[in-house]
Design a protein around this ligand. Structure first.
Ligand SMILES: Nc1ncnc2c1ncn2[C@@H]1O[C@H](COP(=O)(O)OP(=O)(O)O)[C@@H](O)[C@H]1O
Ligand SMILES: [Mg+2]
Length: 248
């Protein structure tokens, strides 16, 4: 689905990432964690084609239209209803209004927002707005979904609920995901594999982890497993090491 080889990225003459190798298999959920400023967002931008590699290559096993992107900030238009917002991507892709709104409603319902389609963003809770944003991107039927700390603004309980529903949908649809998160527990609960980036400048993949829980998976129940705690401890230790052993 996605293969990144020997990738170097930077802004002007300022290096950010160097020698980054990673892959995301078909339908695979991959977590990306690392110190703040290590270049996680930069890497996602490059994968989305918004930033040109200085070195290396990004091999995409999907079409331009099969890539979905979800950012931290709500991208909803305040003057459009939830349904209209959810239909926005489809409208941009040339769907007729009626068809786009019907498809949008279908995804709102799948995200637990039945009956809320006529509300405006300010009439929705933070968790509901996040669900509308998810409906908007899932309605485009992506093969690969890139997410950059999309749930950072939600409290722990809402976050758990939204990510559980997201997981159910991407598992059902076979959508591959690359999720940037600063929440190590979230990464373990959701992902099949996790990459840890080292501290920049010239950050690279410091370590890769396999998450030992099968699919379909209950991301809440796995948190009680001893292997969850063991992997969390390992990740914390490695992250601490990466932060302390910073490149000069
Ligand atoms: N548009 C930009 N122009 C110049 N430097 C940038 C830009 N965006 C990010 N950076 C720098 O690149 C580095 C990596 O940033 P970023 O990818 O946002 O890290 P992360 O998402 O891991 O916190 C940081 O040092 C940051 O200051
Ligand atoms: Mg970032």
């Amino acid at each position: 689905m996605l293969e990144v080889r020997g990738l170097a990225l930077g802004y002007g003459d300022q290096p950010v990432l160097e020698g980054v190798d990673l892959r995301v298999g078909e339908g695979e959920f991959v977590g990306l964690v690392g110190p703040s400023g290590s270049g996680k967002s930069t890497l996602l931008r490059a994968i989305a084609g918004l930033l040109k590699p200085l070195k290396g290559e990004i091999l995409r096993g999907f079409g331009e239209r099969e890539l979905g992107f979800l950012f931290q900030e709500d991208a909803l238009l305040p003057w459009r209803t939830a349904r209209e917002n959810a239909a926005l991507g489809l409208r941009i892709r040339g769907y007729g209004k009626k068809e786009a709104l019907e498809e949008a409603e279908f995804w709102l319902v799948r995200l637990g927002l039945r009956g809320l389609g006529d509300r405006y963003p300010h009439e929705l809770s933070g968790g509901q707005r996040k669900r509308v944003a998810l409906a908007q991107v899932l309605a485009l039927r992506p093969k690969l979904l890139l997410m950059d700390e999309p749930f950072a603004s939600l409290d722990a309980i809402l976050r758990t609920e939204v990510t559980r529903d997201l997981l159910r949908l991407v598992e059902g649809e076979g959508i591959a995901v690359l999720l940037v998160t600063h929440d190590l527990e979230e990464a373990i609960a959701l992902a099949d594999r996790i990459y840890l980036l080292s501290k920049g400048p010239r950050a690279r993949v410091a370590k890769a982890y396999r998450v030992p829980f099968p699919r379909p998976r209950d991301p809440v129940a796995v948190r009680a497993e001893p292997r969850f705690g063991a992997l969390l401890k390992e990740l914390w230790q490695d992250l601490e090491e990466v932060v302390l052993c910073a490149a000069p």
